[in-house]
Structures are given as C-alpha cells and as structure tokens.
Design a binder for this molecule. Structure first.
Ligand code: GLU
Length: 506
C-alpha cells in the first residue's frame, strides 16, 4: 500500500503554480496546479499562484481570468496570489523587474555574471560560424573578460547590454529530479546564457529562481520541457548559495493515439472530433470538475492501480510524490467519460438537479426545480455528461412533442394496428388516477398480452408518443413525472397522427 510516511511529505510545503498567461488553461496546467494543491493541503502548507507574465508579446490578460476561473471551477484554491496578495506580493513577475535586476547585479558582483555589449549581428555571425563547424552555438565573445570598471562605465554611459551568467568553464553540475534521479552535465556544454535582456526584463531562468527562493518554495512542479535547462537553474541557485527546492518534472501528455506529444495543431484537430483539452471547454461539455480532477490526477500518478474513484479529499489524503510516474500518459477521453459517470452517480440528487439546470437553460428550456429533482434519480444512472440530460430529458419540459406519424408505428405493425394499440392504451391509462411506475406498468403489460403484442411493441409506440424520442429514461417513470393530463394529451395526439397515416395507407 502506498503511504506518505516519508518525513518530507509531512512537513508543510510551500509550492507554487507559475503559469505564463498566454492562452487558455489546458489539462497539463490543470494537472500541475492540482498536484501542487494536493501536496499543500496534505501537509498543511501553502499553495501560491504566480503569473509569469514577462513575455509581453505573448501576454494575454484574458488568459489570467481563464486560469483563475479554471482553477476555481476545479476546486483548486490558492493561499497567495495576484488577486488576493500575500506576504510575498506582488505575484506578477512584470511587477518584480527591479528585484530580478538587483539579483543579477549581485551575481555580477560575485563574478557569476557579466554585462555583455555584443551586438545581435556579431552574435549571429559567431553563431553561423559555430554551426558551420558543427558546434553547438554558444557565447564566446569578449565581454566575459571585460574589466568590471570598464563594463560599469559602459553601462553608465547608456550602452545597450544584456546580463549573462558566467558559466564555469571546467567541471560539471549534478542536479536532482525527484522522478528521474541525478542528472549530470559537463559545464563546457552549458552556455553563458542570458539572465536579463536588453529591455531590462529578466528571463525565466533568473526570474523564476529568484521568486522561488524569495517565496520560500520547497517543491517545484513543472513540465519536463524544463529538463533541458534544468542544469542552468542548479547553477543559479548555487551561485547565490541558496538551498535548492525539490524539483519534480512532470511528463507531458501524449496524443490520444499514444504517438507523440500533443501540439497546438493536435489541439485544434481534436476539437473537430468533439474533444478539447481546455478546462473551460470541458466545463461547457458537461463534465464535472470532480470527474476532470479524478481523471487528471491519475494521468501521472497512481495509488494502488485498483481504486478508480477519488474525490478531492481522497486525493489530498492519498497523493504521494513516490507514486508519480515519469513516463508520459496518453490523453484518453474514454476514461474521462468513465470517471465523470462515476462522479455523476455519486452526487446527491439535489446537487445533480442543480448542476443540470444550466444546461437546459442554455438550450432555452425552462426546467423547473421540482421536475428536475424528480428526474435526477432516473437520469443519474444514465448520464455520461451533464449536457446529456438535455438530449435525454428535454421533452419533460416541452409544451409539446412532435413525433412524425411514421415514427409512431410499432415494430412489425401497421399504422392502423398501432393506432388501435394507442387507443386502447389511452383507455387503460384514463382509468388510472394515480400515476406511478407501480400503477402504470402492470395494466399496460396486460393490455399488450390481450392484444397479442409484445410488450416492446406497445411500449415503443407509447414512448414515441409521450417523449417524442426513441431513447428516453424508463417509460413508466417518465409518464409518472410528466403527469396524467399531459401523457393522455400526447397519446391522443399520436392516435390522430396514426389514424391519418392509416387513412392514407388504406
Ligand atoms: N511560466 C512557466 C511555464 O508556464 C513556469 C514553469 C515553472 O513552473 O517553473 O512553463
């Protein structure tokens, strides 16, 4: 049995979700946020939301709202963040520019960084030469060896510059990923990478490290796309002499086919097949946040390979870093449907009624609470998504149903025979005052038998007459909810349609 007895998991963590607000929130981000949240709640620690919004070209203010709405909807609440503040505010990197600059200057003072005045043209020329020689492009310019006084003078004179990390020429660095173990790289393969751009904005490598340190982050969950530059981050921490957090690089998701990573284009194509990886779309498609959370929790983490149903409290209790999986999982929407069904069935009927209501409203159907509550138990066992309720049960709220005459004809029956069956059913039903599943079924079964019909033949006609659909919730429960008057009126309408059809056929 997995357990969380490791001491580290019991100590209150400080974790952060640090998205770049550039687009809609997708499953990968949601999962990263979720794991952070689970660990924070499990250990009584804090979960921080930080916007890494320094890429002003790609910045999209709507993406911030979408991120916060998506997390709220999923039930993931942060303890510190751009909207609620906290002891380490501001939580937006664009407002922390001066902090990064100060830290870059500190690295320069300690000889771990240098000002670089090389022009883009010079750098490009060197890059081309290096590539032509089959070398990995790297910085070899003169600025690394400039006398500090000279560099300071040129900066003071307003010369355009960047700040680069002074990568040691010898030796190697070993960084540790929780899921993959030690990763060792020779420093000669690492570049004098840029820390601060010429516009004065720090790059991720500096900004995120400084923030994580200042914000007291103990565990960093981020995507495996950061593995390539992970050694740089180790170097930065060590150059400052800071204690490193626990690094956890989560695997990216694979396409549903299992072949290859999800790209932007795949996302677009997926939409054409009716699926989306964006949280807000999943909400609109009628998935429960509980179902989505259950699904993404298990895309990269497992408990005992048997248990399927996890509520948020279950996850908070059972989540463990030791059971995270470093290999990539393929996105499987069938599993989402499955988990969603489990969570729909676990809802209290009142809760289900309240959750399906907006889907009726979105279709312009005025669904009253009383009927919704009656419907909830019979829908509960049948729904995959909340919006199925509308397709399945919209007829309950319609003034009229409009079946085609042909659709009302019973299996292997003529229109005239079907009209007669409907007429007799009408008479049977008319004699019943109290409509309930128990009072309706026996006399109608008896009627079918008397008429030499299979129960399915008669019930098929009645189902179409009363619901206007071939597939519906159970017939007698549905009739009981719709009520005697409406049921009789709809059967009457069916009789007329069938009579007209029979007259045409005769
Ligand atoms: N802003 C980075 C991203 O969205 C954050 C990576 C991290 O969590 O450190 O990929």
């Amino acid at each position: 049995m997995p357990n969380n007895t490791d001491k580290e998991a019991k100590r209150p963590v400080r974790v952060r979700f640090a998205p770049s607000p550039t687009g809609l929130t997708h499953l990968g981000s949601a999962r990263t946020a979720l794991y952070n949240y689970l660990l924070a709640r499990q250990t009584g620690g804090q979960f921080i939301l930080r916007f890494e919004d320094t890429d002003r070209k790609r910045y999209d203010p709507q993406a911030e709202d979408d991120l916060m709405d998506s997390l709220h909807w999923l039930g993931i609440q942060w303890d510190e963040g751009p909207d609620i503040g906290g002891p380490h505010a501001p939580y937006r990197q664009s407002q922390r520019k001066h902090i990064y600059l100060q830290h870059a200057e500190q690295l320069i003072e300690n000889d771990h960084a240098f000002y670089c005045f090389c022009s883009a043209e010079e750098l490009e020329a060197t890059r081309k030469e290096q590539l032509a020689r089959g070398e990995q492009p790297h910085y070899v310019g003169p600025c690394r060896n400039l006398a500090p006084e000279e560099a300071a003078e040129r900066v003071a004179a307003g010369e355009r510059h960047v700040i680069r990390f002074k990568m040691p020429k010898q030796g190697s660095i070993t960084v540790h990923d929780r899921l993959r173990g030690d990763i060792t790289v020779e420093n000669q393969y690492l570049d004098d990478f840029i820390l601060v751009k010429s516009d004065g904005h720090a790059v991720y490598h500096l900004a995120a490290m400084v923030d994580d340190h200042l914000m007291g982050i103990t565990h960093v969950f981020r995507g495996e796309e950061w593995l390539a530059t992970f050694p740089r981050h180790g170097h930065i921490y060590r150059a400052f002499g800071w204690q490193e957090p626990e690094w956890i690089h989560l695997s990216v998701f694979l396409k549903p086919s299992g072949k290859g990573k999800m790209s932007k284009r795949d996302t677009e194509q997926m939409k054409l097949t009716g699926h989306s990886i964006f949280v807000q779309d999943l909400k609109d498609e009628g998935y429960l946040p509980e179902g989505v959370v259950n699904w993404i929790a298990l895309m990269g983490w497992s408990y005992d390979d048997k248990t399927e149903f996890f509520s948020m409290p279950d996850l908070i209790e059972k989540f463990s870093l030791d059971k995270l999986n470093p290999s990539s999982a393929a996105i499987d929407f069938k599993k989402l449907d499955h988990y969603n069904g489990l969570h729909i069935r676990a809802l209290e009927p009142e809760d289900l009624a309240a959750r399906i209501k907006p889907f009726f409203e979105a279709e312009g159907i005025d669904a009253d609470d009383e009927t919704l509550l009656k419907l909830a138990p019979i829908l509960q066992v049948r729904l995959t998504t909340l919006d199925d309720a509308v397709t399945f049960a919209g007829f309950f709220f319609k003034e009229q149903v409009t079946p085609e005459a042909e659709e009302l004809v019973g299996k292997k029956m003529s229109a005239a025979e079907s009209a007669e069956a409907a007429r007799q059913a009408y008479e049977t039903l008319q004699s019943i005052d109290d409509f309930s599943h128990e009072t309706l079924e026996p006399p109608l079964r008896a009627l079918a038998e008397r008429m030499g019909l299979k129960a399915g033949q008669l019930f098929g006609i009645l189902r179409m007459a009363v619901t206007g659909q071939q597939v519906s919730p159970p017939l007698f429960e549905s009739m009981a909810i719709i009520g005697r008057q409406v049921v009789l009126a709809r059967i009457d309408q069916a009789i007329q349609l069938l009579d007209e059809l029979a007259a045409k056929e005769a």
